[in-house]
Design a protein around this ligand. Structure first.
Ligand SMILES: NC(=O)c1ccc[n+]([C@@H]2O[C@H](COP(=O)([O-])OP(=O)(O)OC[C@H]3O[C@@H](n4cnc5c(N)ncnc54)[C@H](O)[C@@H]3O)[C@@H](O)[C@H]2O)c1
Ligand SMILES: O=C(O)[C@H](O)COP(=O)(O)O
Length: 527
C-alpha cells in the first residue's frame, strides 16, 4: 500500500496525532519540536503539512516542500501562508475556521475584564510583593460602556453578545455583512468608522490583510476618547504597534489587552515594558476544548486531502464547489475532457483558450474555463497541472483565457464549446449533456458528431472519396488494432472520422494512416 506522508509542523492536540498514527495509509512525521531550519529538510517528503501560526508557509518553506499537495492550517488566520505561492505550485491550502472561535471569544472577554480591573497588576502586588493595598486598585465596570467591535464574524459577533450580557452598548463596523446580522442581535451597525473610534472600549476581530493592516494608527487614536481601552486578540499589526506604544505611554490609551504581536515570538517586545497593558503569548486558541477539536479536524482534513478525496475549507480554489449546482458538474467534467482531447489532437504550443456556452450553463463560464485550462494544459504539464494552478501555469507561458456567453440558437438546451488557438491554427470542440449525465461530443471543427468522450480515438480528416473506410480498416487490422466504433461526419469538401480503437496507437501506425492517399491529417487522443 502506498503511504501518504503527513508532516505535523506545530504542536497540536494528541487526539489529532493519534488519528494520524493509527491511519494505515499515512506515514506520520512529527516535526513540531525541531527548529524551522531543520523543518525545511523534513518537509521535502511531505504530501501534506499541518501547521499553526508558528510556521510560516513562505517561499522558503514552499521551495523545500517539493512534494506538497496540501497544507492544513490548524486554526483560522492564514496571513502567514503564502496563498499565491501555494496556488502557483498547485498546493491546496485549507484552514479549520470555527473550532477555536469560543476560545478566542473568551480570551477577548478576559482581556477586557483584566484591563478594566488591572487584574495582573493587582494580582502581582498581592502574590509576588505580598502587599495588601486596596486603594491602589480602583477599576472600572463594563456595565454601561460603549464597545466598538471591528469585524462581526464568528468571533466578533460572539464577543458582542457576551458584551451585551454585561449590559454594554455595542456598535460594530464590518462592511462585508448585512446590517441585519448586527441589528437582529440588538447591536448597532455603522458604516462610519468614526463611530467605532468614539467608543470606550474597542476590540478588533478581522483577518490580517492589506486592508486591515494598521487599520488603527496615530490618526485614528487621536480621534479616540482619552482613556480609551483597546483589545487585540486577532492579529499583531492590525493596531499599528508604534502608535499603540506611544499612546499607551502618554496615557491617551488607558489600557490595552494584547494577545498577538506583529512578529512572534515577542518575548522582547517594547510593549512588554509598559505598565498599562495586559498581555498573553498568542493564547487565543489555547483551550483544551478548542485544540482537541482543531487537531481532530486538521488530521481528518489532512488525510482526506492526502488521498485526494476532499479538501474541506479550501482557501485557494478558483471555484467554490459548494456553489456549483449538480447539473453543472457533468458539463465541467465534459469541458475538461474535450479540452484534453483537442490539445492532444493538435500537439503544438497553445496561445489561447476560449470557452463559449449557451443556455443556463453559460452562467458558469468561469468554472468551465478553469477546467478547460486543466484539460488543455495537462497534455504538456501532466499531473502537475490542477485547477488551483492552471491559470498561473498559463500566465507563465503567455497563454490567454477568455470566455463568451452565447445567445441560445443551436437547439441544445445547453452547449459548451472549447476553442484552442495554437501555433498551427484554431480548433474547436463542442459538447452537451443529455439526461443529467450523458456527456456527448456534438461537434469537432464544425463537423457534427454524437460521441461519448471516452476511449482511444484516431481523428482522420480525409477527402470524401470512396474506399477510405476499407483502407483504414486494413491498416489497423494489419497492426492488430481492433476498431470499436467508427463515426464519420461529412463536410463540404472533406470528411472527419473519429475512430475508436481498442489498445493504443503509436506514431508508426499514425504515419501509415497519414500516408493513405485520401488522408489530409491524422491525430490521436486518449481520454
Ligand atoms: N488570538 C488567536 O489565537 C485567534 C484565534 C482565532 C482567530 N484569530 C484571528 O481572528 C480573526 C477573525 O476570526 P473569525 O473566526 O471571527 O473570522 P471570520 O472570518 O468569521 O470574521 C472576520 C470578519 O471580519 C470582517 N472584515 C474583513 N475585513 C474587514 C474590514 N476591513 N473591516 C471590518 N471588518 C472586516 C469580515 O467581514 C468578517 O465578518 C482571524 O482572521 C484570526 O486572524 C485569532
Ligand atoms: O488564527 C487562529 O486560529 C489563531 O490565531 C490561533 O492560531 P494558532 O493555532 O497558531 O495558535
Amino acid at each position: 500500500m502506498s503511504k501518504h506522508t503527513i508532516v505535523v509542523c506545530d504542536h497540536i492536540h494528541e487526539d489529532g496525532l493519534n488519528i494520524l498514527k493509527n491511519t494505515e495509509d499515512v506515514n506520520y512525521v512529527y516535526a513540531a519540536d525541531i527548529d524551522k531550519t531543520a523543518l525545511l529538510d523534513v518537509i521535502k517528503d511531505a504530501d501534506v503539512a499541518i501547521t499553526r501560526s508558528s510556521t510560516d508557509v513562505d517561499e522558503k518553506f514552499l521551495n523545500a516542500a517539493v512534494n506538497l499537495k496540501a497544507v492544513v492550517r490548524a486554526g483560522v488566520g492564514y496571513d502567514n501562508v503564502d496563498m499565491e505561492g501555494c496556488s502557483k505550485r498547485g498546493i491546496i491550502a485549507m484552514n479549520v475556521p470555527t473550532a477555536n472561535t469560543l476560545a478566542a471569544v473568551e480570551l477577548t472577554m478576559a482581556h477586557m475584564l483584566s484591563c478594566m480591573r488591572k487584574f495582573p497588576y493587582a494580582h502581582n502586588q498581592l502574590k509576588q510583593d505580598r502587599i495588601w493595598k486596596r486603594e491602589d486598585w480602583y477599576g472600572n465596570e463594563l456595565f454601561g460602556k460603549k464597545l466598538g467591535v471591528i469585524g462581526f464574524g464568528n468571533i466578533g459577533h460572539r464577543v458582542a453578545l457576551r458584551a451585551k450580557s454585561f449590559e454594554m452598548d455595542v456598535v460594530t463596523y464590518d462592511p462585508y455583512i448585512p446590517s441585519t446580522k448586527a441589528t437582529d442581535l440588538g447591536v448597532e451597525y455603522t458604516k462610519n468608522f468614526d463611530d467605532i473610534l468614539a467608543c470606550d472600549i474597542i476590540t478588533i476581530h478581522t483577518p490580517k490583510n492589506q486592508e486591515t493592516l494598521d487599520i488603527i494608527g496615530e490618526e485614528e487614536i487621536a480621534k479616540m476618547k482619552d482613556g480609551v481601552i483597546l483589545i487585540n486578540c486577532a492579529r499583531g499589526g492590525l493596531y499599528n504597534e508604534e502608535a499603540l506604544y506611544n499612546n499607551l505611554k502618554s496615557g491617551k490609551i488607558a489600557m490595552a489587552g494584547i494577545d498577538v504581536f506583529k512578529k512572534e515570538p515577542a518575548n522582547n517586545h517594547p510593549l512588554l515594558d509598559l505598565d498599562n497593558i495586559t498581555v498573553t503569548a498568542h493564547l487565543g486558541a489555547n483551550t483544551r476544548e478548542s485544540q482537541k477539536k482543531i487537531a481532530v479536524q486538521a488530521a481528518q482534513n489532512a488525510i482526506e486531502s492526502a488521498r485526494g478525496s476532499a479538501y474541506p475549507n479550501a482557501l485557494n480554489l478558483p471555484i467554490d464547489e459548494s456553489k456549483i449546482p449538480s447539473f453543472v458538474k457533468p458539463y465541467i467534467e465534459l469541458t475538461q475532457k474535450m479540452a484534453f482531447l483537442l490539445a492532444q489532437s493538435d500537439k503544438s504550443a497553445i496561445r489561447s483558450i476560449n470557452v463559449s456556452a449557451e443556455g443556463e450553463i453559460s452562467e458558469y463560464l468561469d468554472s468551465l474555463s478553469t477546467f478547460a485550462g486543466v484539460g488543455a494544459l495537462s497534455v504538456s504539464g501532466g499531473e502537475e497541472v490542477n485547477y488551483v494552478n492552471a491559470k498561473f501555469w498559463a500566465e507563465e507561458k503567455g497563454i490567454t483565457f477568455d470566455t463568451t456567453q452565447l445567445t441560445h440558437n443551436s437547439g441544445y438546451s445547453n452547449k459548451v464549446t472549447v476553442k484552442i488557438t495554437t501555433e498551427k491554427g484554431v480548433s474547436t470542440i463542442s459538447g452537451t449533456v443529455f439526461n443529467e449525465n450523458m456527456q456527448r461530443i456534438i461537434g469537432i471543427n464544425n463537423f457534427a458528431f454524437d460521441i461519448e468522450p471516452k476511449g482511444n480515438m484516431i481523428l482522420l480528416r480525409n477527402s470524401d472519396v470512396p474506399g477510405v473506410i476499407g483502407e483504414v480498416g486494413k491498416v489497423l487490422g494489419n497492426e492488430g488494432i481492433n476498431i470499436a466504433d467508427f463515426r464519420l461526419s461529412r463536410g463540404k469538401d472533406c470528411a472527419l472520422a473519429v475512430i475508436l480503437v481498442d489498445g493504443t496507437v503509436n506514431h508508426e501506425i499514425l504515419n501509415k494512416l497519414a500516408n493513405l492517399e485520401a488522408a489530409i491529417s491524422v491525430s490521436y487522443a486518449e481520454i
